[in-house]
Design a protein around this ligand. Structure first.
Ligand code: GRF
Length: 187
């Protein structure tokens, strides 16, 4: 199964995926970021499809179309988002229905959105975790494939908690993607 990974950030999940046996055919980033270097270190094909804007004038429809076309041209069959910072529009879901996976640093449906770790701390919950799910047009809302809990310690900051979640996430995401590849379908 030809797998593409979409990333924007530090790329530690991408790094763990590349160290595992996952067959990554293409890495797509939406901005210059550390994930590019990680892709290069592993000799992975990399495409920077740069966002023209982070403001109100961002054309999400056209950007999504560009990403979708590139993935289709590379004959990608499964898409894994690993800290991808752009919400994609309808066309990617039309092109890859039910074949886009995401990992999120909370136990969904609690704390969707970009500040999930901060939100969990602010709320004072004692347990959070990570969720691997199928991405749908609605952000952080698709069918859940796997979850794992992480206990919040009294001295936790966003950084320490996110780091512990990511340690769990890397393993859970890779195992879940591998299962999908082994059986040849998502659900
Ligand atoms: C992960 O916690 C992921 O769930 C979230 O962004 C983080 C990505 O981390 N969406 P990294 O860039 O792979 O280090």
């Amino acid at each position: 199964m030809r797998l593409a990974v979409l990333a924007s950030g530090t790329g530690t999940i991408l790094d763990a995926m590349a160290h595992s046996k996952l067959p990554i055919s293409l890495v797509v980033v939406d901005r210059p970021c550390k994930a590019e270097k990680i892709a290069a270190n592993h000799g992975l094909a990399l495409e920077l499809i740069e966002r023209s804007s982070f403001g109100n004038d961002f054309n999400r429809v056209s950007y999504t179309q560009q990403v979708t076309e590139r993935l289709l041209a590379a004959e990608i069959e499964l898409v894994a988002m690993a800290g991808f910072g752009t919400i994609l529009g309808q066309s990617i879901h039309d092109g890859f229905t039910g074949r886009i996976l995401n990992t999120h640093p909370s136990l969904l449906p609690a704390f969707p959105g970009w500040h999930a770790v901060q939100d969990a701390l602010n709320h004072g919950v004692k347990v959070t975790g990570c969720t691997v799910h199928i991405a749908t047009l609605e952000v952080d809302a698709g069918p859940i494939l796997a979850q794992q809990a992480v206990t919040i310690e009294p001295e936790d900051t966003v950084d320490t908690l996110h780091e512990r979640i990511k340690m769990v996430e890397r393993d859970l995401y890779i195992r879940t993607i591998q299962k999908v590849i082994d059986r040849g379908y998502v659900l």
